[in-house]
Design a protein around this ligand. Structure first.
Ligand SMILES: *Cc1c(COP(=O)(O)O)cnc(C)c1O
Length: 427
């Protein structure tokens, strides 16, 4: 380790990006499920999780599922069926169809489009929210006017410009799948995320703001869709004595044990958000003298502050090169880069994470279109800055951004050391 970091001690216990925070009630509900012998995919815990989450999000129906990815798959399958009609079991409901998708996100957002045989067209991000750019979406409809489904994700607990996106969708007769996996409890114009999609989803994965160790939710206002998702998630059994099947089903239902954990966590949603917000504000205050900004909080939104992230001013970026698997950088006084901060924090036993690598830069999606406000961007590379302006905003944020340790069990002293380490990276 170089001299810039003299005197800093390695964290004894790892400082996590976002780890589960249990409160004790979880065990109570797991035990009650075991005592009642309701340990499968039926039971009071599931019923209560569905009741409480539909109340929190303001949706008529919530369906507990095994993961956020499963919820996305069923949401996208239903969207495909609604727009293009049912298909035989061996043909995906999106066969040959294009779907507009957030570009900078976890691949779980967009993979279900491929599960259903469709082709994701990636829409560039915007600086205001780091989510889907409404302008780029508008451009995408100019190029592909027949697209009828939009999958929009909210990063790090911050809502995107969903009113603008809804207006554009309505004008083009398209429906919206809302991936609120990371933003449970966040609001846009005072309304909970998870309320805006024709189909919406939330995740209870181990590092999300509320966790069931795993699990996800499908949200809708349609009784028909709610029943359909219940049916598809339990192998699509028809009403008969034997296992009778008329359509393709899945084993995607939430277990009553997992639901017990979620049920124990739900009363702590507001507390978790308040603690996450404190972490964010301490970073904002502690880093304000550096050439960095925090992940944005757009007007009219109240994020859940799931992850705190920084974005380094372009002038303050040291040289950094990323290949498909590796990253290198060159230390420069007064400058730093996500790779340097990531590797330095790791050396002190703290957990950072690069921004979601944009989907249009993922080898698996190398043949899919990527639309920016200027149109389809061809010739993808790291050379995405043209005369000082980024033409590929997703890649610009990936290049300059980093998710910081945002665990709500991180102490103030630990966070002070993290902030100190980041400062020294710029020395
Ligand atoms: C976590 C996450 C998912 C997937 O949820 P799982 O419960 O892990 O399957 C989907 N989309 C986004 C944006 C996520 O962060």
């Amino acid at each position: 380790m170089d001299k810039r970091f003299d005197g800093i001690k390695k964290f004894e216990n790892r400082v996590w990006l976002a780890s589960p925070t249990m409160h004790g009630d979880e065990l109570k509900w797991i035990n009650s499920a075991i005592e009642a012998n309701w340990v499968s995919t039926l039971g009071e815990n599931i019923n209560e999780v569905e009741r409480i989450t539909s109340e929190i999000t303001g949706r008529k129906y919530a369906v507990g599922l095994s993961s956020g990815t499963a919820a996305l798959h069923l949401a996208i399958r239903l969207a495909g069926e609604r727009v293009y009609g049912p298909k035989p079991a061996n043909v995906g409901t999106l066969q040959g169809q294009k779907v507009f998708c957030s570009d900078m996100t976890f691949d779980a957002t967009v993979n279900p489009v491929a599960y259903e045989g469709g082709e994701a067209v990636f829409i560039d991000s915007e600086y205001d929210s780091w989510n889907m750019s409404p302008e780029a979406l508008e451009k995408a409809f100019e190029i592909f006017p027949d697209v009828k489904i939009i999958v929009v994700a909210y990063l790090y607990g911050t809502p995107g410009k969903i009113s603008e996106i809804r207006e554009i969708a309505d004008r083009h007769g398209a429906i919206i799948v809302e991936d609120a996996a990371e933003s449970f409890g966040a609001t846009y114009n005072g309304i909970q995320t998870g309320k805006f999609g024709d189909y919406s989803i939330i995740s209870f994965n181990g590092n999300k703001i509320i966790t069931g160790s795993a699990g996800g939710l499908f949200l809708t206002d349609s009784e028909f869709d709610c029943h359909k998702v219940r049916k598809l998630s339990t192998q699509a059994r028809e009403d008969a004595q034997w296992y009778q099947h008329e359509e393709l089903g899945y084993n995607y239902r939430m277990s009553n044990i997992v639901a017990g954990i979620v049920r124990g966590q739900l009363p702590y949603l507001d507390e978790h958000i308040a603690l996450k917000k404190k972490v964010y504000e301490r970073y904002r205050e502690g880093l304000k003298d550096l050439p960095v900004t925090m992940n944005p909080i757009p007007q009219n939104t109240e994020p859940n502050y799931w992850l705190s992230c920084l974005l380094i001013d372009r002038e303050a970026m040291c040289e950094q090169v990323r290949s498909e698997r590796k990253a290198l950088y060159k230390t420069e006084p007064g400058k730093s880069c996500p790779t340097e901060i990531f590797e330095t924090l790791a050396a002190f036993n703290a957990d950072a994470r690069p921004i979601w690598k944009p989907m249009h830069m993922q080898p698996i999606y190398r043949n899919n279109s990527f639309v920016t406000i200027e149109g389809i961007l061809r010739g993808r590379s790291n050379a995405y800055i043209d005369e000082g302006n980024a033409v590929d905003i997703s890649m610009d944020i990936f290049d300059r951004g980093l998710c910081l340790p945002s665990d709500i069990k991180m102490t103030e002293q630990e966070q002070d050391v993290v902030i100190d380490i980041i400062h020294r990276c710029f020395n």
